[in-house]
Design a protein around this ligand. Sequence first.
Ligand SMILES: [Zn+2]
Length: 322
Amino acid sequence: MSQLGQVRQARRLRHLTISRRQFLAGSAGMAAVIVGALPARAKARPHTFTHGAFEITVLSDGHLEFPASIHGLGQPPEAVQALLQAAGLDRDLLKPAANPALIRAGSDLILVDTGSGDGFQPSAGRMLENLAAAGIEPGAITRVVFTHAHPDHIWGTTASDGTLLFPNAAYYVSAVERDFWMTPDLESTMPREMHPLVAGARANLEAVADRLTVVRPGDDIVSGISVVDTAGHTPGHISLALEGEDGLLIPADAITEPAIYFAHPEWLFAFDMDGGQAVASRKAILDRAATDRMKMLGFHWPYPGTGFAERHGSAYRFVPLG
Ligand SMILES: [Zn+2]
């Protein structure tokens, strides 16, 4: 095993106590159990496509593992399972992808979320390998946008010793999101299972504090890439809209499992911190994407995560793009 491999394995073992805990509670107070798995294989050639003036590379961070019961809270389990099976997925254990996007915009290289790093689930944290496979050094990233501060989107910002993995980047997060996770004594408002999430969000946000820009819906990251309000999954969750062609949306965790939430955007997801607000955001972004025929790039959708929202009755159908 290479030295890097040994370091990674040691870090995984050190984090096992967190990784195996119930870690997240949704608006209904539901918690999920982390499930161990063998590391995913790095993609040899990350999927790259052009969109308007941008070149986009989808960097697999591996995948996560969750019980299917995190979806459709309050719905009959058979109804949830039927949708999963119709999409060819396991009805009990889901392995959603994790797809950080890398956007080349002129002289900028913009990373949308940093992935899990080594401290979350062992099947995730593969992004640096895939960045290398794309021929890009971490030091070449000029900007990092956090859609929100959950582990699978922000824990890949720092190494275990706290050093920045993308040392030359400017960082962006929504003001609401930053303020929420930095609320003094936030842990006292949350169940114990959530405390590692608070600590992880804070550690990574604090590590970039001197190079962090807070943004609000409507702001541009760079010309042609704007911030869209999709609060609900977390208080300050944002999506990104890219100009060019009919537009491209990066909805992050406003729409997680496509097999479920295109057909039932009104169903509740266990990790949405405000279920009602998350449903409203999901409906709004699906309506916009379908109306404007925008391409979408979903963080947790099957790699490479690209597709369209097509109207289907009173809801939508996911039309994937290869
Ligand atoms: Zn996520």
